[in-house]
Design a protein around this ligand. Sequence first.
Ligand SMILES: [Zn+2]
Length: 404
Amino acid sequence: MADQRKHTAGTAIRRIHLEGVVDLHFHFRNPAEAGDGRTEMLMEAVAHEHEAVVAIGNSAPPVTNQEEADAYHGMLCRHRPAESDLIILVAPLMTDRTTAEMVRKTRTSRPRTVGFWKAFFEGVSNDGGMSISDPALVHDAIRASYDDSADAEPVSVHFHAERKYVRGHTGETEHRIPMLEREWYCVDLDVREILEQHPDGIFVLKHITDWRTVEFVREYHRKGYRIYGEIAAQYLAQCFDDLWEGPGNKGTAFRANDVRWPLPKDRKSQLAIIDAALSGEECFLFGSDCAWHLDDPTKESGVKVTCDYVVCGGLAILPAVSLSIIIDCFVRAEKTEEDLNEFLSRRARRLLNLPPSQRRTRYERKNWEIPSLKEGVRGSKKIRVRLFMGGEKCAWRRSISLPA
Ligand SMILES: [Zn+2]
């Protein structure tokens, strides 16, 4: 099985064997509605890289209950390549209108299609209006995620913890929270309040970016709360300043295609996220936030232009790039396969009540260049996504699958 030796010279390691990766954060979109080819491209990119993914329900139409989760799950399974055994679960969106009954149903429904509930706070990112305005409105729904009213395992609740306006205000410039403070404002106020009210709940903070959030997760985990911080590779690879560094270190330039929410924070926070990922602590686990945005100049919103005048929609990371960044980070720090498997697979597996991995995949140290663009088709038209770190080198690549 897994090599348990402590590697003594990280850079000499040439092979790593990973158990099936569980990705807690994936955006497949919806081909039925958008019909833009992204679901097909993403399926192809992930079907052999990961063992399980949770598809976030901010698709169009959105997923907000068990019935919609079943329908979305069925559609995604039909788009899965025939030879792939990728496990797909769905995360419906919790909103001000989510009832306790709706949450209970996702705990008892069989076959299980819901991995967890996902909540956005009002005013940030692509929630499509499906968000929470005040924690007070969802206390009943959250209680139903863990109480003993349903004769079933609890289900976790995951937060995109950012707030645009000071609580109780909307659309007022003077009450707008500075971009780089939006995560900590929400964690310190909303998440803290939810934790204090629900000490028995299970919560995950998605794509954490701020050193204060790292400390918050540690502090509450130490006190016995079941709270986790999800870590995405793009926040290990970049800090805020990197958004303004031109290609090839030739001067400043706005890397519009690397913009995402939450924004990456300063170098201190980046180092805190790296430290958390490598720490071996149960409360930090992997989620890729793989969310592709088309380079579509005809779209009215969500589109930017890069420094070389290429239109793009936002950060799009390949699953293979996420894994290479993380493997590289662990190997450089002389961590073991055990450490990697805990971070990439086992903690999320315990959280989701998934059985032990059925896969073992070899990754080899082998330089490969990330393609700049990923192309697909929409009807008779070509579509295009500009990839994160396109043109740069990755150090690790999937080679062969072995018996578990
Ligand atoms: Zn996301």
